[in-house]
Design a protein around this ligand. Structure first.
Ligand code: OSB
Ligand code: MG
Length: 370
């Protein structure tokens, strides 16, 4: 495939309500919609970094710099046959995984379209439907979160994940168990807000039948997580600590977690995401697909990877209406049945771009050709 043209459009997409985690609060998504053109087809993907480097080290501006100065020029002058070639091309660049993933994801969509395959099928996914959950942010009070969860439970989401931080943890989980009972599929995500000094507090979370606790300790740690997992019945799920299949291998070998959250952006693209999936499958470690408050374009990539067999736990790929008054894809991402999304079988990501919505949200753009 000869890549003829690459474009990014920077979009500001306002959230219906601000989303808060232990690392910070977000009122709008600021991201790049990437288009890669070849032989009459176009592949799409989006960048998933936050506007601030508090989840990981990247931001939308660092991605923009990496794409503009380094990665787009590299891609335009390299022969590419398959999306894996893009992964290989960028393997000499340290980290900047979300920048890599944005380009590699667009090439995956392009490749699938050129082959006449759905992206899910091109990745080897077989599932036609996926169960999905929802991630619920920190609110001013426990009662506010309980009220939000009521709405999502009524919508039919198959898993409820709540964000926790010190001072907003046990009381929240206790209130949720009291209101919804022990059978609600519930988990907590701390985004690295705790240390082993708070071992007793974390151990209290063991009493609430949580499906898992996501990333309780430092973003760059797997040693303390292993110490914690050995003293905890609740499975630990790692998010921030896993950037590669090698990270996953080390974490599993150490016993740092029993579940892995795979985010395509955090691991540098679909090729690496699939490697982590395959390694976890071979080692009986279930995975699920995390989210970065993507628009429908990123959600479509998430849906495609979730069609692989070891994605056995509902992910964070909620419907368009969870965050957006209007999404940038047609149709919008919506339930087939409550809590269930269809895996599109049309070519590529299986969603079209709503260009009038894109134009209305666009703040900056650039096009690059051979
Ligand atoms: O830790 O999973 C996380 C959003 C931004 C950054 C990190 C995380 C999240 C979410 C939201 O939990 C998931 C989503 O709805 O996309
Ligand atoms: Mg997380």
């Amino acid at each position: 495939m000869k890549i003829e043209r690459i474009e990014w459009k920077r979009l500001h997409l306002p959230l219906k309500d601000p989303f808060e985690a232990s690392f910070g609060r977000l009122a709008k998504r600021d991201f790049l919609l990437i288009s890669v053109h070849s032989e009459g087809e176009t592949g799409y993907a989006e960048s998933v970094a936050m506007p601030f480097p508090y989840y990981n080290e990247e931001t939308t501006d660092t991605i923009l710099y990496m794409l503009d100065a380094i990665m787009i020029p590299m891609l335009l002058k390299s022969p590419i046959e398959r999306p894996e070639d893009v992964d290989r091309l960028f393997s000499s660049i340290r980290r900047n995984n979300m920048a890599k993933a944005a380009l590699e994801g667009a090439v995956w969509d392009l490749y699938a379209k050129q082959q006449g395959l759905s992206l899910a099928h091109a990745l080897g996914g077989k599932r036609k439907e996926i169960d999905v959950g929802v991630s619920v942010g920190i609110e001013p009070s426990v009662e506010d979160v309980v009220r939000k969860v009521e709405g999502f439970v009524a919508d039919g989401y198959k898993k409820i994940k709540v964000k926790i931080k010190p001072g907003f943890d046990i009381t929240l989980i206790e209130a949720l168990r009291k209101r919804f009972g022990d059978s609600l599929p519930l988990m907590a995500d701390a985004n690295s807000a705790y240390t082993l000094d708070q071992l007793d507090l974390i151990k209290e979370l063991d009493h609430y039948n949580l499906i898992m606790i996501e990333q309780p300790l430092a973003h760059d740690d797997i040693v303390d997580h292993a110490r914690l997992q050995h003293q905890l019945n609740t499975p630990i799920c790692l998010d921030e600590s896993i950037h590669t299949a090698e990270d996953a291998r080390r974490a599993i070998e150490l016993g740092s977690c029993k579940i892995i959250n795979i985010k395509i952006g955090r691991v540098g693209g679909l090729t690496e995401a699939k490697k982590i999936h395959d390694f976890c499958q071979a080692n009986d470690v279930p995975v699920w697909c995390g989210g970065m408050l993507e628009s429908g374009v990123g959600r479509a990539h998430n849906i495609a990877i979730t069609s692989l067999p070891n994605f056995t736990i509902p992910g964070d790929t909620s419907a368009s209406s969870r965050y957006w008054a209007q999404d940038i894809v047609v149709p919008e991402v919506d339930f087939l049945r409550p809590g269930i999304l269809a895996v599109p079988d049309g070519p590529g990501i299986g969603y079209a771009i709503n260009w009038s919505a894109v134009e209305a949200l666009k703040v900056q753009e650039k096009s690059y050709s051979h």
